[in-house]
Structures are given as C-alpha cells and as structure tokens.
Ligand binder design. Structure first.
Ligand code: FAD
Length: 379
C-alpha cells in the first residue's frame, strides 16, 4: 500500500495530488518559518537588538524560551550606573554610548508601546573608600540636603548625575514595543540548536525549524548552552522595603545600594553569588542586605519588607560582556553582568553596526570571544 506524506492512508488520492499538496505545505512552512535575523533570548539585550534591527528595516524574529523580560532583566535594580567606579575601565566607552542613547531609547519604546517608562531618580550618591581622581566629596551639609539620614561612617561620598528606572516598567513596555515595531516575538519557544547552512543558519526550536540569514545569541546566563562561550549565572537577591521616610536619590557603596522607586518603595540589593541556576530567596541573605542598608541609611531599620526576589546575571570571568561574531552568520551579545539594563541601547547599536558592516561607535576589542581562549592558554 502507498502511504500519504504523513504516513497515513486517509488523504491519499494519487501521486499527483499528494505531490502538489506536499509542495504547497512545504511552501507554506518555508514562508512562515523564515526570517532575516533570528534572536535567541527575549531579555533586554535581545529585545533592544530586535528594536534597533527592525528600525533599520530588517525582518526579525525573537525566540524566547519562557516569557519575554522575565529573567535577569525583570530582576534588576534599574540603575543606569555608567559612573560606578566599580565598573571595569574597559566598559566605559560602551557605558557612555549607551547612557547617551537612553533618552531616545525610552522615548521610542514609549511611542511604540503607548505607555510611559518614568525615570524614577536622577541622582546617585556614591560612597567610596578612596575618592577617584578629579572628584570632590560632598560635605556634611550637602549630604544632609541630598540624602537626609545618611550615616556616612568612614566613607567619602560624591554625587553622580545618573538616572534609575524600574525594570518592571520596561518589562511591560518593551515586548509591546518590539511587536509594534514589526518584530515577531515567539514566547515559550526555546532554541535547541543553530546550524550553519549555505546562506545562513537553520534554527531548531522546540516548536519547529526556522531558517534565517543571521542569528544573534542573547540568551543571558544560558548563553553557554548554545555557544561555546563561558558565560555563567551570578545570582542576585534583592529585597524591597516601604516606610514613611522618603529617599529621592540612589545611595550606592561597593557593598550595598538603595534604589527608591518614587512611590515610597525602596529596592535594596544585591547579593552576588555563585549558586548555579538557583533563584530561591534566602531570608539569611535578605537580612544581611537589610543590615548593610540600615548601616548606610538607618531609616531602613524600621521599614516594612514588602517583596524579595532573585535573578541570574549573565557573567564572564572579566566582568565584561561578549559582543562579537561567533561562527558563520552568528553573533553573540551576552554576559552584561551587573549593567545589562544600562548597556542595552549601546549594545543594540553596535550589533546593528557589526551586522551591517558599518563603522563601530565604540571599539569592541575588549568584548571579543577570543579573549577566553587566550586567558585559558595563559593560566
Ligand atoms: C539582582 C540584580 C540586580 C541588577 N541590577 C542592575 C542594575 O541596576 N542596572 C543594570 O544595568 N543591570 C542590572 N542587573 C543586570 C541586568 O539585569 C542584566 O545584565 C541584564 O538583564 C541581562 O539581560 P539579558 O537580556 O542578557 O538576559 P535575561 O534578561 O536573563 O534574558 C535572557 C533571556 O534568554 C532566554 N533564553 C535562555 N535560553 C534560551 C533559549 N535556548 N532559547 C530561547 N530563549 C532562551 C531566557 O529565558 C531569558 O528570558 C541586575 C541583575 C540582577 C540579577
């Protein structure tokens, strides 16, 4: 007995008809399952890249294993900490580019999504043990005016003109914005393999196969599953408090930060832990965070804990992201560690420049994949 293409006999009406039906369905599949650029990962890095590429006229599909913006990008504190003295020096040009693009990035998302992403604070009071060269520290009166209640201890403080936002606002608006920009965002769709083919890549997902001319890996702390780049998760636990005392600036030291949300809530964070993919919140850790926060800003001691969560930062051994080509027709943008919210628009910009062969806005040498191979040879 001759079988139809799917192996059953019920719709078999002779070879001619079967062949034409088969061709028709193949065409339909090819038409549906093709895009110019496929992006694995619907966090802030993948979605910002999708927005930038779509604005340049590219047909983009984002594959997101779970819900878009529900992992590290949802868990972040939301500081745009371009001036944090803890940042590696090599990050500064990209951080500066990204911070400069932010107003335009937010305005574009707001226009496309039809909702506001308010800037929650516009100043950070940074505590340090040693003042960076060229900066002057705030005196007691200045500190009392900017951050009433601050317990300076032995630290010196300086003021940074640095905004913060609530990543939950972005988590709501960014997926809407990318869809409004014409991007296909497929949630609950995990990329399981990417293979180079003659003129692009074949993307295997858990709900079908796609072909694309280009592929970008933006899968955050999970990027090592699909690439051979050593990106690992660094867990961060955070806790939110609420109370009558108001804070209008971000307070940050190398040990702890307090980020007010402008609605009376203050996010306190964050731990940096090697805990694999564990996202559980542990009371002992949040208690330690609250102790550190209260030592810096004593009103925390009497505030009510209203929320706590943990997220997985994508980390590399040198604390710098990986933004590079990684195999034929493939690129990677991952490993943004503690600064992925800040670095998203800048990363999206340089990805577009790389992909279209335009001059780069910043030198990407510090972010190359090859640096890991080199360091493993030397150690
Ligand atoms: C507690 C905490 C506080 C932070 N605070 C700040 C801050 O104040 N400022 C700042 O700039 N940054 C901050 N960060 C860092 C920032 O959150 C991250 O750098 C950034 O979110 C990384 O974005 P991403 O898109 O690479 O990763 P994610 O947001 O984790 O997105 C990756 C996505 O890829 C998906 N994925 C994984 N594998 C696959 C697959 N095979 N197929 C399809 N999809 C896949 C995941 O489901 C996920 O949605 C903080 C992080 C944490 C945890």
């Amino acid at each position: 007995m001759k079988l139809g293409p799917s192996g059953d006999t019920s719709h078999y009406d002779g070879p001619g008809l079967v062949l034409s039906q088969f061709r028709k369905s193949r065409n339909r599949i090819d038409e549906v399952n093709h895009c110019e650029v496929g992006i694995a990962g619907g966090g802030i890095i993948g979605l910002s890249a999708a927005l930038e590429l779509a604005a340049a006229g590219l047909k983009v599909t984002v594959f997101e294993r779970g819900r878009a913006m529900a992992e590290s990008s949802w868990a972040a504190a939301g500081m745009l900490a371009a001036g944090d003295p803890e940042n590696p020096a090599a990050l500064r040009p990209l951080a500066k580019l990204s911070a400069g693009l932010y107003p335009q990035f937010l305005a574009n998302i707001e226009r496309l999504a039809g909702e506001r992403i308010p800037v929650r604070t516009s100043r950070t009071i940074q505590g340090v043990r040693q003042l960076p060269e060229g900066l002057h520290d705030l005196d007691t009166a200045e500190l009392a005016a900017l951050a009433p209640g601050l317990a300076a201890g032995s630290l010196k403080f300086f003021s940074l003109d640095e905004p913060s936002l609530d990543p939950r606002d972005l988590a709501r608006a960014l997926p809407r914005a990318v869809r409004a920009a014409g991007v296909t965002l497929l949630e609950n769709t995990a990329v399981t393999a990417v293979n180079a083919q003659a003129r692009g890549v074949r993307i295997e997902t858990d709900s079908g196969t796609w072909s694309a001319e280009k592929m970008i890996h933006c899968s955050g702390a999970w990027a090592a599953e699909l690439t051979d780049i050593p990106i690992v998760p660094r867990k961060g636990q955070m806790v939110v408090v609420e109370g009558p005392e108001r804070l209008n600036v971000v307070l940050r030291t190398p040990e702890i930060y307090l980020v007010p949300r402008s609605n009376g809530l203050i996010a306190v964070g964050a731990s940096v832990e090697e805990a694999g993919f564990d996202k559980q919140v542990y009371p002992a850790t949040t208690a330690r965070l609250l102790d550190l926060a209260a030592a810096l800003w004593p009103p925390v001691r009497t505030m009510r804990v209203v929320d706590a969560w943990a997220g997985l930062r994508p980390a590399t051994t040198d604390g710098l992201p990986v933004i590079d080509t990684c195999g034929e027709h493939c690129w990677v943008a991952a490993g943004h560690f503690r600064n992925g919210i800040l670095l998203a628009p800048g990363t999206a910009r340089v990805l577009l420049e790389m992909i279209s062969g335009e001059p780069l806005s910043v030198d990407l040498e510090p972010f190359r994949c090859g640096r890991f191979a080199a360091s493993s040879v030397h150690t």
